[in-house]
Design a protein around this ligand. Structure first.
Ligand SMILES: [Zn+2]
Length: 137
């Protein structure tokens, strides 16, 4: 069973990012180390939502390129894409399309229910929820 491990302080930082970006959706790239089933978050790169929208997000290709460079310099993997929703923390129709293009973990935070959920696309192109384990710092 695949899962993502993240520290309480990192979840707090993502929640703060989501709340301070309201009314727009926030986004971030999560860096860390990945093994077969386990992804451990080690660093958060807050990203600019270039759409400045409350219902969708976009990361400019320049920002994405910079994130990949940072990951390489830090010798970390790009583990997950984080973004926030004003509604339920489940992938939207548009999210699902981009999940197929970026088949890494997608972490979503709801600014209404204050909950996180993590998803990934499996080999059959089906979206499945994965376990999110938060650990003390
Ligand atoms: Zn979304």
């Amino acid at each position: 069973m695949e899962y993502i491990l993240i520290h309480h302080s990192q979840l707090d930082a993502l929640e703060k990012l989501a709340v301070t970006t309201l009314p727009n959706e926030s986004c971030a790239i999560l860096l860390g180390k990945k093994s077969k089933t386990k992804s451990i978050v080690q660093h958060i790169l807050p990203m600019n939502n270039s759409y400045h929208s409350s219902i969708e997000f976009n990361i400019d290709s320049d920002d994405l390129y910079e994130a990949y460079n940072k990951a390489r310099r830090m010798n970390l993997d790009i583990l997950a894409i984080f973004h926030s929703h004003p509604a339920k923390p489940i992938p939207s129709t548009k999210d699902k399309i981009f999940m197929l293009i970026n088949p890494i973990i997608w972490l979503i935070y709801s600014t209404s229910s204050h909950t996180f959920k993590a998803f990934i696309i499996d080999k059959e192109d089906e979206i499945k929820e994965i376990n999110l384990l938060s650990i003390k710092d």
